[in-house]
Each structure stands twice: as C-alpha cells, then as structure tokens.
Design a protein around this ligand. Structure first.
Ligand code: PMV
Length: 330
C-alpha cells in the first residue's frame, strides 16, 4: 500500500435541534436515542494528517502548538482505529486549526472529529462511503457523525456499530439561520462525556427523556418535511430544555446554563412576543444558539448584541456543507 503523504479535510460544527444525550455503549459511542442537527457555515475545523514512517508516536498540533494531553491521546486512539483497518503501523503528524472556540459547547468536537476522520481515512487510503465515514467519525465524538453531512442530518441510534450512522434529511423550502451568542468561549467545566454518564446513571428524569426524545425526533422530521418553521422552533427549544432538565436531576447536578443564558432565553421569548419567530437551544455549555429564519437573523443578532453589550459575541450562521477533503498531495 502506498501512503499519501498528506490529506487535509475541512468540517463544520453542527447544532442539534433534537439532542443526543446519553450513550448505550461507551466504547462504540452508540447513543441511547437518535438526534437531528443543522450543520453550520462558521467555525470550521481544518485538519491535516501526514503519516510519516520516521515518527515513533503521533505528533498532534492544535492551533499551531504541539500538544500532549488528553485531547492528543484521543486523536492517537482515533488514528489507531484507522490504522487497524488498513493494517498500518505508521504514525502521523496531525495539524488542526479551529476557527471557533474549543470545548465550549459550540460543537468543536463535531467539526474536529469529522475533519480528522475524513483526513485520516484519506491519508491512510481507507476508502469509505459517506455512511461509513459517519460511523468512523462517531467513534471520535458522537455528534461528529452528523457533521459529515451538510444542512439537516439525522443520526439514527441504531442497534450496533453498523446501524448507528447519520444521513442527510431533506427539508421543505426552509431557509434558517442560527444566531449564536457566545458568552463563554473557554472550556466547559465538565465534559459532555462525564455529564452524560452521570445523567444516565443518576437522574430520575432520564427515563422521561428516553420516552420523549424519539417522539420529539419523529415530530421534528414531520415539521421539516412540511416546512413548518414554527413547529420546528417549538420542538427545538423544548427539546433543549428537556435535555438540561435531565442533567439538573443528576447527582451531583450538572448545570451548564449561566445567568446570561437565562437572560437570552427571556429575550428570545420577548422577540417572539414582538412577532419575530425565534427559538433557543443550548448544549453542554452556557452559550445559546437562536434558531430563526434567514430574513430575521439580523434583527435577532441586534437584540442579542443589545442585551449582552460587552459581555458576549454574536455570530450569525446558516446551513453549511458536509466534510470535504480539500487537498491531497501524493
Ligand atoms: O458528541 P459529544 O460528546 O460532543 O456530545 C454532544 C452532546 C450535545 O452537544 C449536548 C448534544 C448534541 O446532540 O450535539
């Protein structure tokens, strides 16, 4: 087998409208329930993988700095999966650049592992269908399975490794925007992996989530097919709050939402009262993303900027593309 010396891939984060929260299998990253997301067009991750027979270990560079921490070990473990498949023992140099904040509940792991999966598969000459690439990305971070695809994507919970993958979902004439209020760009205090496990193991509300989430997912697919933005928005906000409710019930409780998150939730409700259909969603961090229609995005962004003043940063995103390998030299 000839190794390509280098492959670069670019991927974008996705924000779940119907969330993934809880694993059935921690090693394979099989989720308890399915989820559905929108891939964005901002905060890209660009990753280059260069296998090099002279290396005695993987060398991981993040935003220009060589790192040797838990994140670097995750990258090495992920590359092992790829090497096992092709029977390679060659380590690689990995260079990653994140345009957005990292590990702040803004889906950096989704873009990160989608880009790493595509670049590594290409660099080690592992030929994969988009579905297989989604399954591979899932092994790095569950939500990464969805960033393989652009626009709306559904990640099927599945039964096993083969049946747990994401695929695109068609939406009837919907042109949406996601306005992101970044109130904390630093790393979250508790990782989603730890918070999920604690929720599954200790929250008395988790069985309610297992009952409700498949219903929310089904309703969301219907709303998308019908192009019913109001229904989509209502489901998005309710589902996010349901997810946070499960973790508030954990022991010890997990609370990602900050006072500014709640102020934004109030402002989003006020926007609706003023006739602007806008709906909030929050992930494993205090930052709030507001789903609205493209023609309302600037009004929503202005309202959030006025509310946050110097405290935060507001970024307007739209539907973005799936992962792509943008360069391969060999
Ligand atoms: O893929 P992870 O481990 O980063 O988990 C992501 C979990 C949420 O962002 C909170 C929800 C989701 O579906 O993206």
């Amino acid at each position: 087998m000839t190794l390509l010396p280098c492959a670069t891939a670019i991927a974008y984060p996705n924000i779940a409208l119907i969330k993934y929260w809880g694993k059935r299998d921690e090693a394979l990253i099989l989720p308890m329930t399915g989820s559905l997301s929108l891939t964005l067009d901002v905060h890209a991750t660009t990753t280059t993988v260069s296998p090099d027979a002279r290396l005695s270990a993987d060398a991981v560079e993040f935003n220009g700095t060589l790192i040797d921490d838990a994140a670097a070990r995750k990258v090495a473990v992920f590359l092992d999966l790829v090497r096992q498949r092709v029977g390679s023992r060659v380590f690689a140099r990995v260079r990653t650049r994140n345009d957005g904040p990292t590990a702040a509940g803004l889906a950096s792991s989704a873009s990160g592992f989608a880009a790493l999966a595509a670049a590594a598969a290409h660099a080690y000459a592992l030929e994969l269908t988009p579905r297989e690439l989604s399954r591979l990305a899932r092994r790095g971070s569950g939500s990464a399975s969805r960033s393989v695809f652009g626009g709306f994507a559904i990640w099927h919970a599945g039964q096993d490794d083969a049946s747990s993958f994401a695929e695109p979902v068609q939406a009837a004439s919907l042109d949406v925007a996601m306005v992101m209020a970044v109130i904390q760009a630093g790393q979250k205090a508790i990782s989603s992996r730890v918070a999920m496990r604690r929720t599954v193991e200790t929250s008395p509300f988790y069985p309610g989530w297992l009952h409700q989430n498949p219903l929310d997912l089904e309703a969301m697919q219907q709303a998308l097919a019908a192009g019913d933005f109001t229904r989509m928005g209502e489901l998005t906000e309710a589902n996010a709050l349901r997810m946070h409710a499960t973790m508030l019930g954990a022991m010890p409780p997990v609370r990602y939402l900050a006072p500014d998150s709640l102020r934004i939730l109030d402002e989003v409700a006020a926007l609706r009262q003023r006739g602007v259909p806008a709906y909030a969603t929050m992930d494993a961090g205090p930052n709030v993303k507001v789903l609205c229609q493209r023609h309302d995005a600037l009004a929503v962004a202005d309202a959030l900027r006025a509310l946050l003043g110097d405290v935060g940063r507001v970024v307007v995103a739209h539907a973005g593309p799936g992962v792509r390998v943008c360069e391969a030299e060999g």
